[in-house]
Design a protein around this ligand. Structure first.
Ligand SMILES: [Zn+2]
Length: 287
């Protein structure tokens, strides 16, 4: 049993009574009421957060750079080179490169590709919608985000899907509250998606991130308010809704075992940010 004058379990160096004692009281009370509470290993300390925020700054700058440079006629490999070069030049590492055999530094998912499109010699063309997903490692800490990019003029249905998916992410972020629940996020996202006649992909989720690439908990993009793991201050995770124009079901490319496509060939869009639950709300770690 940790004593009140012992150093806190979070690694802050502060006395327990001045750090996470009240936090633990709250967790215990919630647990007694049958709530699923996060284990201590999911609670980041200030030292972790310092590096996670720095990783977030580089990650945001990478996606800004992609936004400046992306154009019709460019290959997805050229996007990958931009991501790799900028990341390395800033003392960071692209997390996807070599992850479980993944060959590139980012994912580039075009039109009916839901996620995990692998950069190659595919040429972007006017009217494409493209998700670029980057995770940055800095000083051993991770930040993860993705954005949609419209190539030139895109069809009105494509533009609407991209915009509504962004709204879904924003609603998911707005639903994050300290001592709220993971289910609040999915509930907010699915309401907007379904109101617009879209479906939510459930085969992929958001996830804890920060001290590793993929940590607990899963952040489902559908859900029921008040259910799922409690969101405690110090938790860092992604919200990354994948919203489909048609059916939510998908298949994985048999040749590369990575890229997922909508089953019906209709469009899919995704936006992603990394968030920190704070004492009084939420802090956006990646732009
Ligand atoms: Zn503490």
């Amino acid at each position: 049993m940790i004593q009140r004058n012992d150093p806190c379990w979070c690694g802050s160096g502060k006395k327990y009574k001045k750090c996470h004692e009240n936090f633990d009281r709250k967790l215990t009370a919630l647990k007694l009421r049958g709530k699923q509470v996060p284990p201590h290993r999911l609670i980041k300390n200030e030292e972790d957060l310092k590096w996670i925020r720095e990783a977030g700054k580089i990650n945001t700058a990478v996606l800004d750079l992609v936004g400046e440079k992306i154009h019709a006629g460019m290959t997805t490999d050229e996007i990958d080179q931009l991501v790799y070069n900028y990341t390395i030049e800033h003392g960071a590492t692209p997390a996807p490169l070599g992850y479980e055999g993944y060959p590139k530094s980012c994912c580039t998912s075009i039109n009916d590709q839901i996620c995990h499109g692998i950069p190659d010699d595919t040429v972007l063309k006017e009217g494409d919608i493209v998700n670029v997903d980057c995770t940055t490692i800095y000083h051993g800490h991770y930040a993860d985000a993705s954005r949609m990019y419209c190539i030139g003029e895109v069809a009105s249905n494509a533009k609407k899907l991209v915009d509504v998916t962004k709204e879904c992410l924003e609603a998911g972020i707005a639903a994050v509250q300290p001592w709220g629940n993971v289910g609040d996020i999915g509930a907010a996202i699915q309401t907007i998606a379904h109101d617009n006649g879209y479906s939510v992909v459930t085969d992929f989720c958001g996830h804890g991130v920060g001290n590793g690439f993929h940590e607990d908990p899963y952040i489902h993009h559908v859900g029921r308010k008040g259910t799922g793991m409690v969101l405690a201050p110090g938790m860092v995770f992604t919200i990354e809704p994948m919203i489909n124009e048609g059916v939510p079901s998908l298949f994985i490319d048999a040749d590369n075992d990575w890229t997922s496509y909508t089953d019906d060939g209709k469009l899919s869009a995704q936006w992603e940010k990394t968030l920190l639950v704070t004492e009084d709300g939420v802090e956006i770690i990646t732009g």
